[in-house]
Design a protein around this ligand. Structure first.
Ligand code: SAH
Length: 253
């Protein structure tokens, strides 16, 4: 009986038929000790550029594992372009934000330092590992880059033309995010403040930026990690659905 694909891994090398790919040490460990894979098992690989490929494990040693690529399972396709900007928070909640942002399709994960941000030093390597593992697990074809933290003001000053920014603004009585999201295919970004919230003057300034809209996420004050996931989920649910369809779908349901 044909074996199903044991797992999928991200690798940063070109993928094509006949290529032999050497996996990293932690991937080899996972295959050997966690998944108990053997030579001949099917593995899927992606690199963010060449689509997804199926290969067979041809060598599995103590520190190495090699995959011989056979067929392309999926071509690379364009993915929605939405960054998650957020003020970094402490501990496991930060890892959780990165994992969920990767699963929910963020095209970039950007820690930004706001006035009340209390965490400024980040273990980017650990965060990048979370982004990779979430991408492997959720079957997306890219891994969102985790950017170096930057002051919010600098990020706003160098904002790319044409990218719409949805600022999750607590306690402002602003329009619900669901009504503000435009389904025009333009690149977008979501900004979530720190546990202490934005400073009022910070929100005032953001409100004046032509590319930014202040949006609400409901009547309750959410924790920053909850707000990030709620906003990402909302964006991915609505951004690809033209406004006209939104009410139509509601009636069908
Ligand atoms: N301590 C602050 C709340 C911060 S919540 C206070 O008591 O006011 C952390 C971040 O989550 C906020 O900066 C905002 O970006 C987002 N957020 C939380 N609840 C929200 C809501 N109901 N609407 C919009 N954004 C919200």
């Amino acid at each position: 009986m044909a074996r199903t694909i044991a797992t999928r891994f991200f690798v940063d090398v070109p993928l094509a038929a006949g290529v032999a790919v050497a996996l990293g040490e932690s991937q080899g460990h996972q295959l050997r000790s966690v998944l108990r894979c053997a030579e001949g098992d099917a593995i899927a690989l992606f690199n963010g550029r060449d689509g997804e490929w199926q290969g067979r494990l041809t060598g599995i040693g103590r520190r190495t594992a090699t995959v011989a690529l056979e067929v392309q399972l999926r071509p690379q396709t364009e993915e929605p372009d939405v960054w998650l900007l957020f003020a970094p928070i402490k501990g496991p909640r930060l890892d959780w934000i990165v994992e969920k942002a990767s699963e929910l399709g963020a095209s970039g994960i950007r820690p930004v330092l706001t006035r009340r941000t209390v965490v400024s030093r980040l273990n980017l390597e650990r965060l990048r590992t979370h982004a990779v593992e979430a991408a492997e697990q959720c079957e997306r074809l890219t891994v969102p880059p985790v950017w170096e933290p930057e002051p919010l003001e600098d990020v706003m000053a160098r904002w790319p033309a044409g990218r719409r920014l949805y600022v999750a603004a607590e306690r402002r009585g602003v329009a619900p995010m669901a009504t503000a999201i435009r389904a025009d295919g333009a690149p977008a970004a979501i900004l979530i403040g720190p546990e202490g919230g934005f400073e009022p003057t910070e929100l005032d300034r953001l409100a004046q930026l032509g590319f930014a809209s202040l949006v609400g996420l409901g009547p309750r004050i959410l924790r920053a990690d909850t707000a990030a996931v709620a906003a990402m989920a909302l964006w991915q649910a609505l951004a690809q659905l033209p406004l006209a369809d939104r009410t139509g779908r509601a009636h069908i349901a």
